[in-house]
Design a protein around this ligand. Structure first.
Ligand SMILES: [Zn+2]
Length: 309
């Protein structure tokens, strides 16, 4: 879906609401969000006024409470029209290198804080779930945030940088995991958590990976020495390298600076989009679905330490 299509399709909050209702109750049976009652629900239509901006409400005849299609979702926690939410989701889904709050602010004509909060809440809905990576899995780590001198991997000279472990199933899914350090005690559990023990592990030839490979992937660990060659046939880590370069271009090009606190969400957003490249329409729907079923991420929680990017 192109941004322009969203503009055309969802021109009013009512049209957005229709879509959210379809997402939330795909078989058309409205369920009470308070007590779960299905069936004894009546529809109320009213004029939107003040804070009560929903024109369509449901009345549960079982528990007596009212609700709308956005009740309990992050859509409800905002004064922003649904049309702007939809635009922002489409923009973030479409932006290959990522979309900064500043760009969203400009496109939507909202203030910076609103745009920033909006972006983070959409990113939150992009949290990736899923099983273990299998087949050939490339694993490597990269350093994000400013310049860093790498002296004989995995040693990093001074300046503590954010470390991101990248794991990708060749021809499959990507995971990006920010970690506080590049020590084996940190890297190994990440590999254990995301990679099937039956996989073929593909890494560079740093000492850490040799040890992990021997221990967890005996006879199924391939290493490539990047000083002598970047690829020997199937033995390469080009897939994860290209994902890293996209992540870095995004951080530099769109965000300029990402604080460590929010790096996890950015990484989520990147892998989410990376894993759905070429499927923008499905990505838009999936993100909306997550939002209508997800929990509210409050501004207070988000801004616990700082506002950036
Ligand atoms: Zn009810």
């Amino acid at each position: 879906m192109k941004l322009i299509d969203v503009t055309k399709k969802f021109t009013t909050d009512d049209k957005c609401l229709d879509y959210i209702e379809q997402m939330r109750w795909p078989n058309g049976e409205i369920g009470c969000v308070h007590c779960g009652e299905v069936g004894r629900i009546s529809k109320i239509t009213r004029e939107a006024e003040g804070k009560n901006k929903r024109t369509r409400l449901f009345q549960c005849l079982a528990c007596g409470k009212q609700f709308s299609a956005t009740s309990g979702t992050i859509f409800n926690d905002t004064h922003l029209p649904l049309t702007k939410w939809f635009m922002a989701i489409a923009m973030i889904c479409e932006a290959k290198k990522g979309m900064s709050a500043l760009q969203v602010q400009r496109h939507l004509g909202v203030n910076y804080r609103t745009a920033w909060h909006l972006c983070h809440r959409i990113r939150e809905a992009m949290a990736e779930m899923g099983g273990l990576l299998s087949g050939v899995v490339e694993v490597d780590e990269t350093y994000v945030g400013g310049k860093v001198k790498r002296v004989g991997k995995p040693f990093v000279k001074k300046n503590k940088k954010d470390v991101v472990i990248g794991l990708i199933e060749r021809g499959g899914k990507l995971r990006l995991v920010p970690v506080p350090d590049n020590k084996m005690a940190i890297i190994e559990p990440v590999i254990e958590k995301h990679v099937s023990p039956d996989a073929i592990l593909q890494t560079d030839d740093s000492a850490i990976y040799h040890i992990i490979g021997k221990r967890r992937f005996p006879g199924r660990h391939r290493t490539i020495n990047h000083i002598s060659a970047y690829a020997i046939g199937e033995n390469h880590s080009n897939t994860i390298e290209s994902a890293f370069s996209l992540l870095k271009r995004g951080i530099i090009g769109s965000f300029h600076k990402v604080s460590s606190k929010h790096l996890g969400r950015y990484c989520n957003e990147f892998s989410y989009r990376f894993n759905r490249r070429g499927e923008q329409l499905a990505m838009f729907d999936e993100t909306l679905k997550h939002i209508t079923r997800g929990k509210v991420l409050s501004y207070k929680k988000l801004t616990a330490s700082e506002v950036s990017a």
